[in-house]
Design a protein around this ligand. Structure first.
Ligand code: FCB
Length: 448
């Protein structure tokens, strides 16, 4: 028995997202998404790369499901591309789009892998962005309709659903600093987008439940802050409680409204919205990569990803190792985050993303010896175990990512995969970390 044995029924999985792996962006009636437009815009993505081919997962679905099966993966968190289902973001479904995910769900089920789709991992139909995007209320309504279409087709075989992936990124990177599609830089739009993403979530939860979904949830990327108390409180309002409080308590926090008053009076929140958002959730998905250190810094200007927060500076302790993203490696942040969420909101949790980018490629024998990734995974899986030991209800862990893929503004430069992808041949090579992870799954835990 491993030293750190996880509870029976703990689910081990891998995660990906549609635009990052599928390719086939103009096949079978798929409409353009904001990521097609953004990545085709010079200067937005590393070397002008796009998701046009990506990992060609759209055509290699069978092979990729077999690959997961060979690793013993128990669940697959993938995302559904809205523009495959509704090319313009509204109206009747595109049958070929639904067929693709139908096939994926069936293949996974046949392989004994539990399918866990995310409805929105950032590929908004371009038509909806042209009409104003997430800062427009209509986008939330369209999202609810889309959820109903997908639910009607798949809820007979899919039990666990995620509505949105990381609304923080969609709102603040998409509309705040413009590092992600659609690339807008407007603090008011970012806050309005955050609200409409939450409203869309609430509408989608209701649509999925009407369609017979079992467990419904959302995936957040809460920031585990470390540092000066006042700085942490401000950061926590704008990065975390802006999502936690409406979702779990049906209200926006007072300090958030105060901090952001210079950008908005929040009059876009209509009567009844908070009730729509505050739907009972069966789980909360938590994506974690690293903590964020903040300190009081009188006079510091606000950052476009923290509207209203002034006099605060973000910094990183120099002694910590960093990944190829430059992100510090600090696993206890994951334990602390899970403990905090359990304590404050008492909801069952699942770690829906965790992993690290390292550039390690095949050696002369064709092996990918990514020992740094193994170390990262080992320490973070142990951190999840520490949270469970502390009494937190954690139901599963889905590693980011099954395979190397299109890492948004970083293109194919950053490799997060357990499986190496040769983008010229599309050859998949499980790295040493994939074998390590397969062993963890087989043993139901690991030695520290
Ligand atoms: C998360 C995203 C995921 C991936 C990882 C590295 O923010 O949800 O798509 O890019 O970061």
């Amino acid at each position: 028995m491993p030293q750190l044995q996880f509870p029976d029924g703990f689910l081990w999985g891998t995660a990906t997202a549609s635009y990052q792996v599928e390719g086939a962006t103009d096949e079978d009636g798929r409409g353009p998404s904001i990521w097609d437009t953004f990545s085709a815009t010079p200067g937005k993505v590393w070397r002008g790369q796009t998701g046009r081919v990506a990992c060609d997962h759209y055509h290699r679905l069978d092979e990729d499901v077999e690959l997961m099966k060979s690793l013993g993966v128990q669940t697959y968190r993938f995302s559904i591309a809205w523009p495959r289902i509704q090319p313009d973001g509204s109206g009747p479904a595109n049958p070929a789009g639904l067929d693709f995910y139908d096939r994926l769900v069936d293949r996974l089920t046949a392989a004994g892998i539990k399918p866990m789709p995310t409805l929105y991992h950032w590929d908004l139909p371009q038509t909806l962005e042209d009409a104003g995007g997430w800062p427009e209320r209509e986008t939330a309504e369209r999202f609810g309709e889309y959820a109903a279409i997908v639910g009607a087709r798949l809820a007979d075989r899919v039990d666990t659903w995620w509505t949105l992936n990381e609304p923080w990124c969609a709102a603040y990177l998409g509309y705040g600093n413009g590092h992600h599609a659609p690339g807008r830089t407007d603090p008011t739009a970012a806050l309005t987008a955050a609200h409409h993403l939450l409203l869309g979530h609430g509408l989608a939860v209701q649509a999925l439940r009407s369609a017979g979904a079992g467990q419904v949830s959302i995936v957040l990327n809460p920031t585990q802050f470390r540092g000066d108390e006042a700085a942490v409180r401000k950061g926590d309002a704008v990065a975390n409680r802006i999502f936690f409080e409406p979702l779990f308590k049906g209200a926006y926090p007072e300090d958030l409204l105060g901090l952001t008053a210079r950008h908005t009076d929040w009059s876009f929140v209509q009567d009844g919205d908070l009730e729509q958002i505050n739907q009972p959730l069966d789980l909360l998905g938590v994506n974690y990569y690293n903590p964020t250190w903040v300190r009081d810094a009188p006079g510091a200007e606000e950052s476009p990803v923290a509207p209203g927060v002034t006099d605060v500076e973000v910094w990183t302790p120099e002694e910590l190792p960093v990944t190829d993203m430059g992100w510090p490696v600090e696993a206890t942040g994951l334990t602390d985050l899970l403990v905090r969420l359990h304590k404050d909101y008492n909801v069952p949790l699942m770690v829906t993303e965790n992993g690290a980018a390292y550039p390690t490629g095949p050696d002369a024998e064709g092996n990918v010896e990514d020992t740094e990734r193994i170390d990262y995974l080992r320490s973070h899986i142990a951190a999840v175990h520490d949270a469970i030991e502390a009494g937190v209800d954690v139901r599963g862990y889905t590693a980011w990512s099954l395979m190397d893929n299109f890492e948004w503004a970083f293109g194919y430069d950053k490799r997060f995969g357990l499986v190496h992808v040769d983008y010229t041949t599309q050859k998949r090579t499980p790295k040493a970390s994939a074998r390590f992870y397969a062993d963890v799954i087989a043993a139901g835990g690991l030695d520290r």
